[in-house]
Write a protein that binds this ligand. Sequence first.
Ligand SMILES: [Zn+2]
Length: 131
Amino acid sequence: MTKQTYFTKDSVVITKELIQELLVGAHNAHPNEFFALLSSDSNKAIEGYVVVPLFYQTENSVSYRTDLLPLGFTISGSIHSHPNASNKPSNADLISFSKLGACHFIMGYPYFLENVACYDYNGNLLKIVII
Ligand SMILES: [Zn+2]
């Protein structure tokens, strides 16, 4: 089993290039929600993502078309935007976090670096390390 060094119990590592690209994605999607799944091929940092073409969100569930992911894409976590400025997870967020990957970023409006928070699968806040 490969050691996942991009993620510890209290911190997550992401590349500066990627987080900036995702913040632009959130900005471009506004006022709609931006959603992507994250990957870490290097295991040193989150450095890849796929914008998931279709997902359905209700009060208590979020569904992903995982059949549309590229072959070999391993899900490390997720990132989505909150056009309402809060970067706290909703109840639906907490349920989906528990099902999908280790770390989950939320970008609150107006989508600057200080508006980004990251949570583990239990909804505990993680320190974001940018490299
Ligand atoms: Zn959310």
